[in-house]
Design a protein around this ligand. Structure first.
Ligand code: 8YV
Length: 325
């Protein structure tokens, strides 16, 4: 039976969520859905938020300090349909007393899988190989063509050893890779998955045949992979980014792909997405995905349900499953 505390809780969603999540949202809450999944700019969000106590948002809507300050007084909680919170000014939220909750844990495996997809897709020239087929260029099998690089036995550096980084480490061990990581702090052995800690990126990078970026986007990680750090990588390294586009400095990565300094890159996220630097599209050695890190039915349902669980906890006074501010 629907809890009267949630049924009377007015909440808007900025996006149309997966069917099962939408059904729960509409059944359990006083829901203001976005039926046609229209792109909502700040004025549209403010208009819809009138009288709402909760907002389910996603990384496609930046909640900057200005928007947060202008939210109707009725709004008490922002539940984002994401683990990443870089689209939300958390300081502004705290200053206004706005609670912010996210969706960690439930997307760890899907995003770690996508990271392996990016590493493998880049290392094994997946996009060039598929293009050969689709463009009818597959003449005959050749001992010399489409030669990627092996992952087994290689060294993988993981930048950002949170839940997703740790799940990538577990998978990489299964691939026979030697795993190292850089993180704000060293992890206890039971979380480190046997990976060697490097406090200093300068000691990690020269050892990375493969590099996976799985850190949150913060002022410290903005353009983390820049020209100076790329120069420290071994020639022919392979890079994967499933974190956020701006963790990479595009000019530097594109120059390194053009020169072959970086042999290949698997990228699921881009600065300014869905627009991306068009030079990536001309690079055969870039394996490109449209931010599908968490895009499985199971994961998106779990993310949506977690966002609704956060709202329900607020409505009923229960502990928040995952509060960040
Ligand atoms: C989401 C993500 O798919 O959760 C995150 O932070 O990057 C992805 O899992 C995306 O943000 C849309 O919600």
């Amino acid at each position: 039976m629907t809890d009267p505390a949630t049924k009377s809780f007015r909440a808007m969603a900025t996006r149309l969520m997966p069917d099962a999540v939408e059904a729960r949202f509409r059944a359990d809450f006083d829901a203001v859905p976005n039926d046609d999944d229209a792109a909502l700019d700040a004025p549209a969000i403010l208009a819809r938020a009138e009288g709402c106590r909760g907002i389910v948002c996603s990384p496609t809507e930046p909640f900057d300090g200005e928007l947060i300050a202008r939210l109707p007084e009725s709004v008490e909680i922002l539940a984002t349909f994401s683990v990443g919170c870089d689209h939300i000014d958390l300081e502004a939220a705290r200053a206004r007393g706005l609670i912010v909750a996210n969706t960690p844990d439930v997307l760890t495996d899907a995003t770690a899988d996508a990271t392996m997809l990016c590493l493998l897709g880049a290392a094994r020239m997946a996009q060039q190989s598929e293009a050969v087929l689709r463009q009818g260029r597959w003449g005959r099998w050749s001992p010399r063509e489409m030669l990627g690089v092996h992952m087994s036995g290689k060294r993988l550096g993981i930048v950002g050893m949170g839940r997703i980084g740790q799940a990538v480490a577990r998978r990489a061990k299964g691939f026979g890779m030697r795993v190292m990581y850089h993180n704000r702090r060293e992890l206890p052995p039971e979380q480190a998955e046997g990976a060697a800690f490097h406090a200093d990126p300068a000691s990690l990078l020269p050892q990375c045949d493969f590099l996976a970026l799985t850190c949150p986007l913060t002022p410290e990680t903005h353009h983390w992979l820049d020209a100076a750090r790329i120069a420290l990588l071994p020639d022919g390294a392979v890079v994967a980014n499933t974190a956020r586009g701006p963790v990479v400095e595009d000019d530097a990565l594109i120059a390194a792909l053009q020169s072959g300094k970086i042999a290949a890159a698997g990228l699921d996220v881009f600065t300014g997405e869905p627009a991306l630097d068009p030079r990536y599209l001309d690079l055969e050695t870039a394996f490109l995905l449209p931010h599908i890190g968490s895009a499985t039915v199971e994961t998106r349902n779990a993310m949506g349900n977690r966002a609704l669980d956060n709202l329900a906890a607020h409505a009923t006074g229960a502990p928040y499953p995952s509060r960040v501010a």
